[in-house]
Ligand binder design. Structure first.
Ligand SMILES: [Zn+2]
Length: 467
């Protein structure tokens, strides 16, 4: 019996081993390698599609084709015109930038497919996408940001159209798709050129955030531009030591003067008085930490939880843009646009329209209003205070004189070295047409480093208008 039992066990071993092998194989292909298989299938499908279809172009509002294509023996290939100025918009292959997110339009797929066209001509032609971006202004920003890290945004506050969306350092999309060595240098570059800093950069806002605190406090009725504060240079507010940028203190000063000469202590006291609930409520009303529906990846901002332990202390720091607050340059541009736009929050956009077969146009949601952040009267009051920043305060940048601009400067303390330089502005002051926001990483003084770049873009844009 024992021998028979042994034989049965031996016989049973083989099917069992076989069963285990099948299980392991299935687990491998269905679980462990599933993503890899899906990606491979997706890549093959994309590559086949790309070779077959003549892809659509990306065209700026001034008619420059920033993403084109040409026919090669391998099929259609992309051409990147003036790539460094537009790299963060075009991306460098069909899986990055607008080439990825606008693929349906550019390759006439999904909503944009046209079976009739395919049947008639035996092939599909993609749709051209017209952007709100102004190539000339984008190039001005690109040149002004040479050898700097940071971002430049220009936006029409009336309908949210982005005219400039520039991130530095940029990269050469043509070069990195041609050579493995160039691609490796790009991927391992410590300055991280692949990040679109305008939309994904998370920075302490520093003093440009005082626009928000002033607007919230005036709108809530707890302050006017004439409310008087006392600043002795170093003071304890809400249990934390606050240092003003003037170590000797400002003495007695009004809220208007506190914004003009960027006093931290007055704003810490103002935020403390506003309190966590109202502060948070205005953060929501301004959509400060919200994402957007732009066709490029955008980070949401971050702020301390003011109801937690030491919340009141963190609120005092947040009121002048320091502490745990991190925000994107786009968010500061939208905050500035809200003041310029009479208190109405606008959704930023960058696609003007898609040109489908037969020159039919599919328009995007341009000018979408997100609601009111503050009253029109509050917005006008804060705009007037920002005008004073240019006329008498820290925003008196060379060349801004003739532009009738309103602005706010910032130098944000951060853990990575010199302060980040901020400058945000709009013009003309009495009928705003353009918001420009600039950040230069570790640039030091906002007025000295970021200010002149904003002025260059503003000047180029407004001179264009009079031509
Ligand atoms: Zn002060």
């Amino acid at each position: 019996m024992r021998e028979l039992g042994g034989a049965i066990r031996k016989l049973a071993t083989w099917p069992l081993a076989g069963f285990l092998l099948v299980c392991l194989t299935l687990t491998y292909w269905q679980v462990l390698a599933a993503d890899q298989l899906n990606n491979a299938a997706e890549n093959n499908r994309l590559e086949r599609m790309q070779r077959r279809i003549q892809p659509g172009q990306l065209i700026t509002r001034d008619g420059v084709v920033i993403l084109d294509s040409h026919s090669s023996p391998k099929g259609w290939e992309r051409i990147y015109d003036d790539t460094r100025a537009f790299s963060h918009l075009t991306g460098y292959n069909s899986r990055t930038g607008l080439q990825k997110t606008l693929a349906d339009a550019l390759y006439a797929q999904g909503l944009y497919s046209n079976p009739w066209e395919e049947l008639m001509h035996g092939g599909v032609v993609g749709n051209n996408v017209h952007l709100t971006i102004d190539a000339r202004l984008q190039q001005v920003a690109h040149r002004a940001m040479r050898r700097k890290r940071g971002a430049v945004i220009a936006m029409d506050p009336r309908d949210g159209a982005l005219l400039v969306l520039y991130s530095a350092p940029a990269y050469d999309a043509s070069a990195i798709t041609r050579s493995q060595e160039a691609f490796d240098l790009f991927v391992y570059d410590p300055e991280k050129p692949e990040i679109n800093r305008a939309l994904q950069g998370m920075y302490p806002p520093g003093s440009v955030f005082k626009i928000f605190t002033a607007a919230a406090a005036i709108d809530a009725g707890i302050s006017t531009p004439e409310t008087v504060f006392q600043c002795t240079g170093v003071e304890r507010v809400a249990g934390t030591q606050i240092r003003c940028r003037r170590s000797g203190g400002h003495g007695k000063l009004s809220l208007r003067e506190a914004l003009t000469d960027s006093c931290n202590i007055a704003f810490a006291k103002l935020g403390d008085e506003l309190g966590p609930e109202r502060f948070r409520d205005y953060v929501k009303r301004f959509h400060l930490l919200d994402s957007t529906n732009l066709p490029l990846a955008t980070s949401t901002g971050r702020m301390a939880d003011f109801s937690a332990f030491k919340g009141q202390m963190q609120l005092a720091e947040a009121s002048f843009g320091q502490g745990a607050t991190l925000i994107t340059p786009l968010s500061i541009a939208r905050l500035t646009a809200t003041i310029a736009n009479g208190g109405e929050v606008i959704q930023p956009c960058m696609v003007d329209y898609v040109e489908t077969v037969g020159n039919r146009r599919t328009t995007s949601g341009r000018g979408e209003q997100l609601g009111r952040a503050v009253s029109a009267q509050t917005a006008t009051t804060v705009a007037g205070m920002m005008r004073a920043v240019v006329e008498q305060g820290t925003g008196a940048v060379a060349g801004i004189g003739g532009l009738r601009a309103a602005a706010k400067t910032g130098s944000a303390q951060n853990p990575s070295g010199d302060p980040h330089a901020w400058f945000t502005c709009f013009a003309p002051y009495d009928a705003p047409e353009l918001v420009v926001t600039v950040i230069v990483e570790n640039g030091g003084s906002g007025a000295e480093t970021a200010g002149p770049i904003a002025v260059e873009v503003l000047r180029a844009a407004l001179s264009d208008r009079t031509r």
